[in-house]
Design a protein around this ligand. Structure first.
Ligand code: ADP
Length: 352
């Protein structure tokens, strides 16, 4: 043959993962390499199916092989993924590769709406996804997904476990599945910890690429319990632009940064950032003020993962048991989800 496997690998060593800053061969992303005289085929295993750099990397592979090996070689690339995993304690939720908490300083800022959509968009990329509604004081995931109890039980390794409800390809679990919708649940300190423990240990989550945890708003017991008990990759903060919301988000971020809690802040998502009239999508009215979320990100040295508009379709969708809304918002959510998945992959590669 006029070229060798080594020639191909050398060429592919010119292709760098833009986030991990190493070449894709060294990172072990190139696998299943097969050669014939006229064709080369291989798989590229990305660190997440939501990788925003998919096309860039694929094009760079083609260019490198044509340039360094053979101009007329036919190239077949399978772009696939092998989701990287959180580091640290794997004794809790061993089958779950990444656990991301979604938190806010105050209620009503769209934390549950964003959690549900992040889960839906990650699942849409082909990832296996679970969503745990830990907002025990106001569980809204059952309404948002149109699901209800009773929860089914299964026996696994001699233990009785609760089965999450599957909807739209997402495994869902919520305290709301254990009570009637009109039933008020009064939670007291120690009960909270044991309920959270149960959601984590007694739910049959199985293998998941991502588990999203919709946290209760604020900086109370539940947030602290979850942060200390569950080995989180990190937390995403949801805020709206108003000064009051920003001030509360700042308190939540400061709590996650406390040494006893020490949860990485993966980024901030600003919800209800602006309003665009449906017939003038380029016009942005910043009704609730502007710049607050960016300032928070600078203060805490983290990234703004994206901004979402006030959008009637999004509101209607999340209130009516659906997570799909208009195409404009869809694009924004895809982008935000990709930004988050990317942050998770980068942080998995950094932690030793
Ligand atoms: P939280 O979990 O922070 O309490 P929710 O996700 O329950 O907030 O959202 C509160 C209300 O605001 C819901 O009725 C939801 O549909 C609506 N909502 C959330 N985000 C938006 C948005 N970007 N545009 C319009 N309505 C929204």
């Amino acid at each position: 043959m006029s070229y060798t496997e080594e020639d191909i690998l050398k060429a592919l060593m010119q292709v760098e993962d833009p986030d991990l800053h190493k070449d894709i061969v060294t990172l072990g992303m190139v696998r299943n390499l097969k050669l014939t005289e006229t064709m080369v085929s291989f798989s590229v295993f990305l660190t997440t199916p939501a990788c925003p750099m998919k096309e860039v990397i694929e094009n760079a592979c083609r260019t490198a092989i044509h340039h360094f090996v053979k101009m007329d070689l036919e190239i077949k690339i399978e772009m696939t993924s092998d989701v990287t995993s959180r580091k640290g304690d794997k004794s809790i939720l061993p089958g779950v590769r990444n656990i991301i908490a979604v938190a806010s300083g105050k209620g009503g800022v769209g934390k549950s709406t964003v959690s549900a959509n992040l889960a839906a968009y990650l699942a849409g990329t082909g990832a296996t996804v679970g969503l745990l509604d830990a907002d025990i004081y106001g569980p809204s995931i059952p309404t948002m997904f149109g699901i209800s109890g009773p929860v089914e039980m299964i026996e696994s390794v001699g233990r009785k476990l609760m089965l999450p409800v599957e909807k739209n390809g997402i495994k869902l679990f919520s305290i709301g599945l254990l009570s009637r919708p009109d039933e008020a649940i009064v939670w007291r300190g120690p009960m909270v910890s044991s309920a959270i423990k149960q959601f984590v240990n007694d739910v049959h989550w199985g293998e998941l690429d991502y588990l999203i945890i919709d946290m209760p708003p604020g900086t109370g017991d539940v947030q602290i319990t979850i942060s200390q008990m569950i080995p989180l990759n990190g937390v995403v903060i949801i805020t709206t632009p108003q000064d009051v919301a920003i001030a509360d988000a700042r308190k939540a971020m400061a709590m996650f940064r406390m040494p006893a809690i020490n949860v990485k802040i993966l980024g901030v998502i600003e919800n209800m950032s602006y309003f665009s009239p449906p017939d003038q999508p380029n016009l942005k009215y910043k009704i609730f003020g502007e710049g607050g979320a960016e300032k928070l990100c600078t203060e805490f040295n983290t990234d703004l993962l994206g901004s979402l508009p006030i959008n009637a379709e999004l509101c209607e969708a999340s209130d009516n048991g659906s997570t799909t809304s208009g195409s404009y918002v869809n694009n924004l959510f895809s982008e935000i989800t990709a930004n988050l998945a990317r942050k998770v992959s980068i942080s998995n590669s950094l932690v030793i």
